[in-house]
Design a protein around this ligand. Structure first.
Ligand SMILES: Cc1ncc(COP(=O)(O)O)c(C=O)c1O
Length: 411
């Protein structure tokens, strides 16, 4: 394995050698040397249910015995889709292996339906390892963000500043935009909240100019019951959710409006017939994934669980704010549901570029090593800390105490 890890990101995330894990329980994991860590990132939110969750373990064990996949639907697919429709507000659902896979299919469907080439994303974005969104701006042009992408992969992607409705209106008015793809809150450049009325404006403009709208809730479905789309009464054409719903299993999904669901049904890629939209894959929508999804939605991701976790998130943000105030630091805690973090400025950012200004890599790297040496895993630079279903009040206090010690040592 290059760099000794099974996928490169496990080495790219940190500037320290990887730790090898023996096991986990709840919000804690233990490495092969016997060190125990309290995890405040939980695999970039793909494990927010906690390690070794009993409900998930039972569903996984049961479905493993019954058969993990049939390339045909099971009853659990119906149950999970009905629960998603009920809580997320869109009537049709499909399943993939990752949020990257979901966004890829959403872009493809949008291009097919609108017969337009362009997608719009907002600065500070991350929508997965897909060519159309691995894009950055250089001298006012969109260029590929990473090496190895197809020539011209960025040609049909426009990046706009979040919270800038005038720029969006100018871009959509050209008439070539198939899809606006956005998170409800930008979560991958620290945290950028929408201005009041921003999402309503995005919805109105996309409708007026005939573009489709996808809200990518890969992270934020964990911020509120039914995601922030439901919480804020947004009515997009697509919703993406992912990260195995926080169970750690490799599946994701996307929801579609009535019209889009019918379009997908009418344009299926038939094996020995007319070619339709290329969607799906051999291991997508498996019995196993749908059994986990059903158990998660029915028994773990309940309204009560979200309320408890959001209380923990508020305590985490309050704790960080108290630390900053006590040390007269001109900083603010990020806060949105379970998510907090260190905003290195007195006021919160309004764009991705402003959000990235709090990404002080030396401070983040130092904090991670300091915290790890004290049994706390504060893992991904642009995300968190974040409270989760696996955390307790005591865990939040433990984090805030260690963060205070860290600030006293480095300042
Ligand atoms: C908003 C958003 N969309 C998509 C993705 C990609 O998810 P995956 O790693 O499941 O492909 C991520 C990953 O962090 C994300 O934050």
């Amino acid at each position: 394995m290059p760099l000794g890890v099974p996928m490169p990101w496990m080495a790219g995330l940190w500037r320290t050698p990887p730790i090898y894990i023996a096991s986990g329980a709840g919000a804690y994991f233990t490495d092969l040397d016997g060190n125990r860590y309290l995890d405040f990132n939980l695999c970039d939110l793909s494990m927010t249910v906690g390690y070794g969750n009993e409900t998930v373990a039972r569903a996984a064990a049961e479905q493993s015995r019954l058969g993990t996949h049939f390339l045909a639907p099971t009853e659990d697919a119906i149950a999970a889709s009905e629960m998603l429709a009920d809580r997320m507000g869109l009537p049709f659902w499909q399943y993939t292996l990752s949020a990257s896979g979901s966004n890829t299919e959403v872009i493809r469907i949008a291009r097919f339906m609108t017969k337009r080439p362009r997608i719009v994303i907002f600065g500070g974005h991350y929508h997965g390892h897909i060519e159309e969104t691995l894009v950055r701006e250089e001298d006012g042009r969109s260029v590929a963000e990473t090496p190895g992408l197809s020539p011209g992969s960025a040609a049909h992607t426009t990046i706009l500043p979040f919270n800038d409705l005038a720029a969006l209106e100018r871009t959509l008015a050209v008439g070539d935009v198939a899809l606006v793809l956005t998170e409800p809150v930008m979560t991958n450049c620290n945290l950028v909240l929408p201005d009041p009325g921003f999402h309503q404006g995005v919805r109105e403009l996309t409708r007026r100019f005939g573009s489709l709208l996808c809200i990518d809730e890969a992270h934020t479905f964990q911020f509120a019951y039914g995601g922030l789309s439901r919480e804020w009464k947004l009515i997009p054409d697509f919703i993406v959710a992912g990260k195995g719903l926080g169970s750690g299993f490799a599946f994701a999904m996307y929801g579609m409006s009535e019209a889009i669901g019918h379009c997908v049904a009418d344009n299926v890629d038939i094996d020995i017939g007319p070619r339709g939209i290329a969607l799906g894959g051999t291991t997508y929508g498996s019995a196993f994934a749908l059994a986990i999804a059903k158990a998660m939605l029915r028994d773990v991701l309940t309204a009560g669980a979200y309320a408890r976790v959001n209380g923990l998130g508020a305590a985490l943000a309050d704790g960080l704010d108290r630390l900053f105030q006590a040390r007269a630091l001109p900083w603010t805690a990020f806060r949105c549901g379970p998510r907090s973090g260190y905003c290195l400025a007195p006021s919160l950012p309004r764009t991705g570029a402003e959000g990235n200004q709090s990404l002080d890599f030396d401070l983040i790297d130092t904090r991670r090593v300091y915290m790890a040496n004290r049994g706390i895993w504060d893992a991904v630079s642009a995300a968190g800390p974040q409270a989760s279903i696996a955390h307790s009040d005591d865990d939040i206090e433990t984090y805030v105490r260690a963060a205070g010690d860290f600030l006293d040592r480095v300042l």
